[in-house]
Ligand binder design. Structure first.
Ligand code: GUN
Length: 280
C-alpha cells in the first residue's frame, strides 16, 4: 500500500512552528495581526473564514474580522483596504473569494499592499514568484510543496505534471515545482491525450475541480499523487478530484481527502502572516 501523506499532522507541525515564532516576535515587542474581509454570507466562505480565525487564535495571531453585507460596493471595499494598508498594526490583509459579481476581484486584489498580501494573489507577488524574487506565495500550492518536502519526496529532476491552470493553484504550483528544479508540465481542459501526459508524471498534482475524475488509468505505477480537489458527494461526504480507492493501490504516495492538502492552506496562511510581521 502507498504512503498516505498526512496533511493534518504536517499542518499541525507547521502551526506549532508558527506559534513558536509568534511568541518570539511578541517577546521582541512585535505583534502579528491579520485582517480578514468577507463580503456577503456564502456558507462555504463563512466556514473558511471561521477556520482562519480559529487558526489565528491557536498560533497567537490577532485577527480582525470584517463581515460586510452582500450589497457592499467596490468603492466601499477599496476604501476599507486602503485604510488597512495604512495601519501599522495590521500585517496581513485577506479578502475571501469569491466576491459578489458586481465587484471586480482583480481590482480588489491589486488594491492590497503587496507587503500585506498574505494570500499571494497580487500581480507583484505572482510576478516575483515567476522570476525567483522574494514575495508571498499562494497558500495552497505552497502547502503542497511542504507536504512533499516533509514527506521526504524528492522534486528535483523529476517529472511533475499539474492538471489545472488556475491563478490560485495551477499556475503558482507549476512555478513552485520549477523553483524546486522539477521538470514541469501543465495540463488543462484543452490538453489532448490527457492520460498520456499524466502517465509521464513521477509527481501528479490534481487541481481540476471534478469529483473523482482521476482514476488509475491516468497514473503511472509508483507515482506520487497530490489531490487538491474538495467536493461533497451525493451522501454529503467529502471527496477529491482523485478516485482514491482506485488510485491508491498503484501509487507510492497519495494525499487523502479530507486530511491531505486541505489543512495545509491555513497553515501556510499563518506562516505568511508571520513573515509579513517579521519583514517589518
Ligand atoms: N477562496 C477559496 N480559497 C481561497 C483562498 O485561499 N484565499 C482567499 N482569499 N479566498 C479563497
Amino acid at each position: 500500500m502507498p504512503q498516505i501523506i498526512d496533511g493534518k499532522a504536517i499542518s499541525a507541525q507547521i502551526k506549532d512552528e508558527v506559534r513558536a515564532k509568534v511568541q518570539e516576535l511578541k517577546a521582541a515587542g512585535v505583534s502579528v495581526c491579520l485582517a480578514v474581509i468577507q463580503v456577503g454570507s456564502d456558507p462555504a466562505s463563512s466556514v473558511y473564514v471561521g477556520n482562519k480565525k480559529k487558526a489565528c487564535a491557536y498560533v497567537g495571531i490577532e485577527s480582525l474580522a470584517y463581515e460586510l453585507p452582500e450589497e457592499t460596493t467596490q468603492e466601499e471595499l477599496l476604501r476599507l483596504i486602503g485604510e488597512l494598508n495604512g495601519r501599522a498594526d495590521v500585517n496581513g490583509i485577506l479578502v475571501q473569494l469569491p466576491l459578489p459579481k458586481e465587484i471586480d476581484e482583480n481590482a480588489v486584489i491589486r488594491a492590497i499592499d503587496p507587503k500585506k498580501d498574505v494570500d499571494g494573489f497580487h500581480p507583484q507577488s505572482v510576478g516575483a514568484l515567476c522570476i525567483g524574487q522574494p514575495g508571498f506565495v499562494s497558500c495552497t500550492p505552497a502547502g503542497v510543496i511542504q507536504l512533499l518536502k516533509r514527506s521526504g519526496i524528492e522534486i528535483a529532476g523529476r517529472e511533475c505534471v499539474v492538471i489545472g491552470r488556475s491563478n490560485i493553484v495551477g499556475k503558482p504550483m507549476s512555478l513552485l515545482l520549477l523553483r524546486e528544479n522539477g521538470t514541469v508540465t501543465v495540463a488543462h481542459s484543452k490538453t489532448v491525450n490527457l492520460q498520456e501526459v499524466t502517465r509521464r508524471a513521477d509527481i501528479l498534482i490534481v487541481a481540476v475541480g471534478r469529483p473523482k475524475m482521476i482514476t488509475r488509468e491516468y497514473v503511472k505505477e509508483g507515482a506520487v499523487v497530490i489531490d487538491v480537489g474538495v467536493h461533497r458527494n451525493e451522501n454529503n461526504k467529502l471527496c477529491g478530484d482523485v478516485d482514491y480507492d482506485d488510485v491508491a493501490p498503484v501509487c507510492s504516495a497519495i494525499t487523502p481527502v479530507p486530511g491531505g492538502v486541505g489543512p495545509m492552506t491555513i497553515a501556510m496562511l499563518m506562516h505568511n502572516c508571520v513573515e509579513a510581521a517579521d519583514a517589518r
